[in-house]
Design a protein around this ligand. Sequence first.
Ligand code: ADP
Ligand code: MG
Length: 273
Amino acid sequence: MSESPLFVVDGLHARPAADDDAAAPGEILKGLDLTVNAGEVHAIMGPNGCGKSTLASCLLASPEYEVTAGRIVFKGDDITDWPTDVRAKSGLFLGFQYPQEIAGVSVIQFLRQALSARKGIDLSVLELRLATMDWMKRLGMDSSFVDRYLNEGFSGGEKKRNEIMQMAILEPDMAILDETDSGLDIDALRIVAKGIREVRADRPEMGVVLITHYQRLLDELAPDHVHVMVDGRIVASGGMEIAEKLETSRSEEHTSELQSPCNLVCRLLLEKK
Ligand code: ADP
Ligand code: MG
C-alpha cells in the first residue's frame, strides 16, 4: 500500500447551517478537492465571495456551516465530523481559531493551556518560558511579549507573531492559516512568511495550507502549489507561475498592491482555456 497523503479534502460541499431562510445562498462550497502531502505548502487564492472564509470555517469545524457532502481526511482518519478541539489535539493547527481578545489571559498562560490540550503536557510557566525564548529570538520578538495579555492592544503584526508562536510551540503536523480577512500590512505578511519558514525548518514534514488573497504573501513564501478558487471549487492548480501570472496582470492594471482582484483571476482562467 502506498503512503496516504497527509491531508485530503474530497468533494466538499457546505452551506450555512440552519439554512431554512429562503434568501440564504444555499451551497457555498460546491465540491472542493485538495490534497496536501507531508512537507508541502499550498496556497489557495480566489476572488471575494468565492468561499475562502467558508472553507476555512469548515476546516475549523465551525458550527456556522454544515458540510452536506464530501469529507476531510487527516492522517488517514475521516475527521469530517470531528469537533474543533479534537482536530487540534490530533495535530491540526487552525491559525484562526483563537479569539481576538481574551481578557486577563497572558500569551504564555494561553500557550500553556493550548499545549496541555494538544499534547497533554503540563509545562510549568518557567519551562514554557525557556521553550519560547528561542522562538521569540527567531521570530524577532521581545521577551516581554509573552507576559502581555492576549491580543489586548496587539497590532496586526503582534497578532501574527502570537499565532506563529502558537504554531511553533504546538508542533502541528498540518497548519491551516487563513489570512483572508486579517487586513495584514507588509510587516505582518513578512512575519507570517518568516514564521512558516522557521517552523518548517524544524518540522520539514509539516503540511501547510495558506488561504490568502495577498499576492505579496506568496512572493515571500513561494508555496509549492497555488490553487485558484472560484465559486466554491478549486478551478486551477499549479506552481508559482499561477501567482506570477496574477502578478503580471496586476501590474498591468495598476491595482492596489496587496490585492488580486476577481477580474484577474477570471482572466487567468480564460487564458488557460
Ligand atoms: P470569501 O472569503 O472567498 O470572500 P466567503 O466564504 O466569505 O467568501 O463567502 C462566500 C459567499 O457565501 C458570499 O457570497 C457570502 O456572502 C456567502 N456567505 C458566507 N457565509 C454565509 C452565511 N453564514 N450565511 C449566508 N451567506 C453566507
Ligand atoms: Mg473571506
